[in-house]
Design a protein around this ligand. Structure first.
Ligand code: SF4
Length: 367
């Protein structure tokens, strides 16, 4: 597009209330944030902060830590203070840890008031404490821990049951004039999950936290999350996302970031346009694409690099990219902005692409 023209997106964001999770705004006026959750023992402050630092470096916007015990609650002030990104405490059942998290300076709390409703006035107290400290709350409805009453009413965790549960929980806070809420309705089945969010999006204006829960190991979880988020983001639904993988949390951030970049919902950085290879390929495209990806990993500049196996589509794609190679005859034609700048022997393709990428980055003043 023209310089300064934002890249096209598939949908306008659904209008929501806005809230602040520390310095990170969540809602339709703000970019969609990517979050993850630590896997360390929260009470182990050093390990938890170390993992948060890794997440921060990988582009994580918000981080959640579990708080199942008193030791974990005691660790929250140090973690909240030393983390460079807002820390959200994840609490089930124990209202006293909600107060501890708010007092600790956590930027947000995840808690389901339905779980603590038996201590009825505590919902009011939580609402007051959260309001005093400006701490937003996420109501996180999960298929696996759906309220018994709704489970009986709907027979199972249907989209309607998940949405109804979330709206009921939100009403418990709304009764106390607390609306700094975001909501999630997670299910491991993308179809159920997408429907649940669609219902919720129609019935409230709270920001929504998207997640497919227990999505599985990296490959399956990546696909489930990408298709489910894509279906919702295409309707403008979703204000913050968490990809759940049975894999290290940094992988969740990479996937979440890539999903948003794919839909132009955050600026694209490094993008490798590589061909699938076919019988015409005159070079090992997989190896070449992997080596170029590895060599350029972590580049902070928007850069489209084409890696093409032959001269059929090769030059065309390579011309459309910022930088590219089309291989043939044991050589690689290196393209920069549509011009062949040189032809190098196959063994020098990777180093030449990396060199040129660095040069382009420097020219753009990004290094
Ligand atoms: Fe096949 Fe060449 Fe297309 Fe790659 S660029 S898929 S090698 S035709």
């Amino acid at each position: 597009g023209l310089p300064g023209t934002p890249p096209p997106v598939l949908a306008e964001r659904r209008k929501t209330r806005q809230l602040q999770v520390g310095p990170v705004g969540v809602g339709s006026d703000h970019p969609i944030s990517v979050q993850s959750m630590t896997t360390t023992n929260t009470a182990d402050i050093n390990s938890t902060l170390q993992q948060i630092a890794e997440l921060t470096a990988s582009g994580c916007d918000l981080v959640r830590v579990a708080c199942p015990s008193a030791d974990d609650a005691e660790a929250l002030p140090a973690i909240a203070q030393k983390s460079k990104i807002p820390v959200i405490a994840d609490i089930h059942f124990q209202p006293k840890y909600v107060f501890a998290a708010i007092e600790a300076g956590c930027a947000g709390v995840r808690v389901n008031p339905g779980n603590i409703r038996k201590f009825d006035d505590q919902v009011a107290e939580i609402a007051h404490a959260a309001k005093d400290h400006g701490t937003p709350i996420r109501i996180g409805v999960n298929a696996g821990s759906l309220d018994k009453r709704l489970l009986e009413k709907h027979g199972k965790a249907t989209p309607e049951a998940l949405a109804e549960s979330a709206l009921w929980e939100a009403s418990l806070f709304a009764e106390h004039d607390f609306h700094d809420l975001k909501i999630s309705v997670k299910h491991n089945d993308p179809v159920v999950m997408v429907r649940a969010y669609e219902i919720l999006a129609e019935q409230c204006d709270y920001p929504l936290h998207l997640g497919v829960t227990e999505a599985g190991p990296a490959f399956q979880g990546t696909i489930k999350s990408a298709v489910a988020f894509g279906a919702l983001l295409r309707q403008g639904i979703g204000d913050t996302i968490r990809v759940s993988l049975s894999a290290p949390p940094v992988e969740e951030i990479k996937v979440g970031t890539q999903i948003l970049q794919s839909l132009n919902l955050r600026p694209r950085k490094l993008e490798i346009v590589s061909c699938p290879s076919c019988g015409r390929a005159q070079v090992d495209v997989y190896k070449l694409a992997d080596e170029v990806t590895a060599g350029l990993e972590g580049m902070e500049v928007p850069l489209r690099v084409a890696v093409m196996g032959c001269v059929v589509n090769g030059p065309g794609e390579a011309r459309e990219a910022d930088l590219g190679v089309a291989s043939g005859n044991g050589k690689g034609q290196i393209f920069v902005k549509g011009e062949v700048i040189k032809t190098v022997p196959e063994a020098q393709i990777v180093e030449t692409l990396i060199e040129e990428a660095m040069r382009i980055a420097e020219e753009n003043g990004d290094v």
